[in-house]
Design a binder for this molecule. Sequence first.
Ligand SMILES: NC(=O)CC[C@H](N)C(=O)O
Length: 373
Amino acid sequence: MTKRAVLALADGTTFEGRAFGAVGETVGEVVFNTSMFGYQEILTDPSYVGQIVTMTYPEMGNVGATPEDEEAGKPHAVGMVVRALASQPSNWRATESLDAYLKRHNVAGIEGLDTRRLVRHLRTHGAQMGVISSEGLSAAALTERARSAHGMEGLDLATGVSTKTPYVFDMPSPDVFSGQSAQPLTNPRFEVVAYDYGLKKSMLHFLVDVGCRVTVVPATTTADEVLARKPHGVFLANGPGDPAAVKGADRTVAALLGKVPVFGICLGHQIMALALGGRTYKMKFGHRGGNQPVKDLTTGKVEITAQNHGFAVDDASLKGKAVVTHINLNDGTVEGLAVPDARAFSVQYHPEASPGPHDARYLFGRFAKLMAG
Ligand SMILES: NC(=O)CC[C@H](N)C(=O)O
């Protein structure tokens, strides 16, 4: 039997729908993603820790779920909002339905509400804390719960989600259609250390694809420990929460810049900006989806990019310490930085996509070229 569920936002707006996934209650920042597909990659992206994801595309669940499409071992989003949930997946790769997958991982969802109204509301009033509940509490009680929840600003979520111990990753991207299992990289051209702030598996695959053997290390690893490994390059991964709250990360990266080539993605990009003395700020509702236009100012080319961020780098705060290499064509915000003297660069968007367009994959090659010297 379907159960009634309510989504209550901190500003008092409420939506009624039906529960799917885990029955119960969840609290998180309510954000929206405009990707039409790839919900499993989105749900399992650790950058969504503490967030309830609303999908703007109206039907979700039609390709079910499969372990192969996970970006990390489990969903990290704390809730999901969809217009219509497909009850019957149709996909030869699916091992279970989206509903069963979220139930198994204890993630609550709500469906059957007007997601267009919700998204327009978030765009006008900003992303905010919210509660999904199927426990029959009054709307006023749920609103109060949303209002008293801690927002994203000031939250270090990356340290908690990072690996506890270092590990080596040397598997290239899998070819899902050939059915053949990929073989580990035999002759790595580069040894790379990757800071895990909440990284997505596909980033590691693409690093291996350009010849890197990757040692993934905890977010708290010191610059000296990393340099002692004598890597050809250091990679700064994506991750959840407020970049300015990640304990010691700015100082650590500052100690690495100039000593070894550095490539940062999303949270890694924001931390690189902080390490250079720049500032990050919370955006009104962020960029999440697979259709964000970005201009590469070094080539003049426009890329359609995958994105997932709620914070951004303040251009004016950089004061010439880095070159702005990419901008978002929707709102002019900073999408990429470079410090040529330090052989370091970073992007706010996601060249690994997953899900999303592949326009920006060349950036992994740019990192390899930088390390080749
Ligand atoms: N995908 C990411 O790395 C997100 C970075 C950061 N948590 C933000 O929301 O801006």
